[in-house]
Design a protein. Sequence first.
Length: 252
Amino acid sequence: MTGSETPPSFRLAYVPGVTPAKWVRIWGERLPDIPLDLVSVTAADAPGVLADGAADAGFVRLPVDRSRFSAIPLYTETTVVVVPKDHLVTAADEVTLAELADEIVLHPLDEVLGWEQRPGQPALERPATTADAVELVAAGVGLLVVPQSLARLHHRRDLTYRPVTDAPVSQVALSWPEERTTDMVEDFIGIVRGRTPNSTRGRKAPEPQPRQPRAEQSARRKPAAGKQTGRNPRSGAGGARAGRRGRPRRRS
């Protein structure tokens, strides 16, 4: 490598609520010579970042355009409603959308849940971001229905949340452009799938040992000099002596 060349790196995008620390740590252990750069993106911007090559792969929220991107679904999140700690909703362990029908439910412009029909009563304006919506919940303006990871990301001491049993859910996936499935992308796929470093499906699998020539194998099977086999090495000499003892002596 010359001084003008830049060492390779792997750029990993991730959307809010996803915590890639575990996979980043494993990458560092297995590929310490290749830096991994994290790229924080919004859920709406993630496809464009991947398509433009600003990231090699990314943790995104489904759906994605399967004609352009490959995707490996990883997990489905629980959907929760974020409420003030003194709200009546907190009396139950979980709620349904029908129980939120009379509540003002905030729907930020960066909402990630796919609603066929938005629940609750609409607010006068839609907040620009989920973070803004959380502030409005704290101010008593309304409630917010989001994936649990976003509720944790924007946690406040004066707020809590409860699962919503019949709400849409968000699914997180590893995604990358179909035409750019590079060796480094394959390495990261192996990490996410839990493959071992020596997995035969990864690039790091050990090469098979060459087979030994037959002549060398035969030489190894040949017994060493002086090593006893199933035959008695003295049987030949003993037989000769026995033959001599059996001959009659000649008389003079």
